[in-house]
Ligand binder design. Structure first.
Ligand code: CTP
Length: 427
């Protein structure tokens, strides 16, 4: 594939070198077009050495080959990383003052902008409008990561990790969510496409869909001060909530015990026990198009919950805790589902494997047993998955679609799951 890697003038430009390496290692032909400002951060020699191709940012170099048009025409993919606020504004306005913006105007291949800037700039109405304009014209603008920025501040605006950008792009190309730019003529746009120059927001592939997500770990009380719990932090559930909202869904979150903040703008409620979660989930599932059971639900609860604290006593035997089974909420959501197959139901399988079976065998039989449409298999262990930022998942589908594996951040794993849901919903 012929890839144009446009590099904007931000400190994150150095991370683009890793993205370039990933493209090269996968065997792609990459031409780097830095802006003038980008060359103040990373020198041209770096781009030439890593890409194995000459680098220019001027429309007046290599004039005889009509470079400013040829590069865009020949591209199979254009990635702008990092996309600064200035570059997004210039692209949205259709300016053509340098080689990169000329190429963006010519290319009809999928275009992906990977923004990186300070939170204030990302949230500024001008940038918000520019992003909406670019999306309405068929470009893909990745949401920036949330985290440490240059200087002391943290927030949304950080460049996602190169491996996550790479996964996002290859996943999007594989499932068709990164598309060719529509070559619309003003006034004659096909239904569902936008006329260039209008700033209608791309509603996203889950627009109009209600997505219910359960997250975190339930706590089963023993007495007023003690409970049986698990290691779930809720990170994966929050990442799914963000990814579903970014895809345009109306998200409802039911949170058991979580250690992370609930994203702004997400409707949520809190529960403590598996029985509380069951009641809230069955009620909300009835009005949802998609249910994602990411919560770690306790399979057992203490048979007896004492009203007062259990005391140790020298004159009596140590207590023995008897457990009883909790209902399987996922199975009940499947049983409650309508004959039209709504909602689409996604279960999770946290597996360690043991001497009686490996993780995939256990997950496949769980998919069968629980009757859900998709099952996200997580390999778990004391230092694997729970509370960690990275994860390794395999998405199994009842529809017979090929299992899809992904290793990376919980945000990129969530994007993989949401893309699979979009594909299932569209048949
Ligand atoms: N789940 C549920 N209700 C339960 C237990 C689990 O709805 N009482 C859901 C989880 O939210 C998850 C899926 O079922 O989506 C798998 O949970 P897991 O605990 O991994 O599976 P189990 O059914 O407990 O199977 P096993 O005992 O083999 O681990």
């Amino acid at each position: 594939m012929r890839i144009i890697l446009g590099v904007g003038g931000g400190i994150a430009a150095y991370k683009s070198a890793s993205l370039l390496r990933l493209f090269k290692e996968a065997g792609h032909h990459v031409t780097v077009i830095p802006t003038d400002a980008a060359e103040k951060f990373v020198g041209r020699a770096t781009w030439e050495a890593l890409s194995g191709n000459p680098v220019s940012n001027s429309v007046f170099d290599d004039v005889e080959s009509v470079n400013h048009v040829r590069l865009g025409q020949e591209a199979d993919l254009v990635v702008v990383c990092p996309a600064t606020a200035d570059l997004l504004a210039r692209a949205a306005a259709g300016l053509a003052g340098d080689l990169l913006t000329n190429t963006l105007l010519v290319a009809t291949a999928p275009v992906v902008f990977v923004p990186a800037m300070h939170t204030e700039m990302w949230m500024h109405p001008a940038t918000v409008a520019n992003v909406a304009t670019l999306r309405s014209r068929g470009s893909t603008v990745m949401d920036p990561a949330v985290g440490r920025l240059t200087g002391k501040d943290t927030g949304p605006g950080r460049l996602p990790e190169p491996a996550d950008i790479y996964d996002f792009i290859t996943g999007g190309l594989a499932d068709g969510t990164l598309q060719q730019r529509p070559t619309a003529v003003p006034g004659s746009a096909a239904p569902g496409t936008s006329v260039p120059g209008t700033a209608t927001l791309d509603p996203g592939p889950l627009a109009g869909k209600r997505v219910l997500i359960t997250a975190g770990g339930t706590r089963e009380p023993l007495d007023p001060v003690r409970f049986l719990g698990n290691r779930s932090s809720g990170k994966q559930g929050m990442a799914l909530a963000r990814a579903a909202a970014a895809a345009g869904a109306e998200v409802e979150l039911i949170a058991a015990h979580i250690e992370v903040a609930i994203p702004d703008g997400i409707k949520s409620s809190s529960v403590e026990t598996a029985l509380d979660l069951r009641e809230a989930t069955l009620e909300a599932a009835a009005r949802s198009d998609v249910v994602i059971m990411a919560a770690a639900v306790a399979d057992f609860r203490p048979a007896e919950v004492t009203d007062s604290k259990i005391k140790k006593r020298d004159d009596a035997a140590d207590p023995v805790i008897t457990l009883v089974r909790n209902p399987d909420i996922l199975v009940e959501v499947v049983q409650q589902r309508g004959t039209d197959g709504t909602p689409l139901i996604v279960g999770f399988a946290a597996e360690t494997g043991d001497d009686r079976g490996n993780v995939l065998d256990y997950a496949l039989s769980k998919l069968e047993r629980k009757g859900c449409d998709l099952l996200v298999l997580n390999r778990v262990g004391r230092d694997l998955v729970f509370g960690q930022d990275d994860t390794e998942i395999t998405v199994l589908a009842r529809s017979g679609a090929e299992p899809q594996s992904h290793r990376g951040s919980k945000d990129s794993a969530a994007a993989t799951v949401i893309r699979r849901i979009v594909a299932e919903l569209s048949g």
